[in-house]
Write a protein of this length. Sequence first.
Length: 107
Amino acid sequence: MPPSSDDWIADLRQLAGGEQRLRVLAVLAAQPEPVFHRQIVDALEERGHRIHPTGLGKILRELETFGYITGDLAQELRHGRTVRYTINHDAVAAVLDAARNGLDPSR
């Protein structure tokens, strides 16, 4: 059996990062259009999950840095402006596919 790469484990941990991060990704995945920070907070509250706006900001920055979401404004243009976020379905799918393959070597 050839040696397997466990890179998918680190990528999956980075993607998941915790319950709140997964909830934010689920909200973004359910949205057909880019959404604002406040809309994410509201969607989480509608689902019975509270998140402090500062905590959400940190999660959004991390997810964007990792490439799992994108903002519609470049970082240097954001000062005092609102940003709309979109999930990067391809990046998330790639991590999940790699994890599926890592967990099922017969694939």
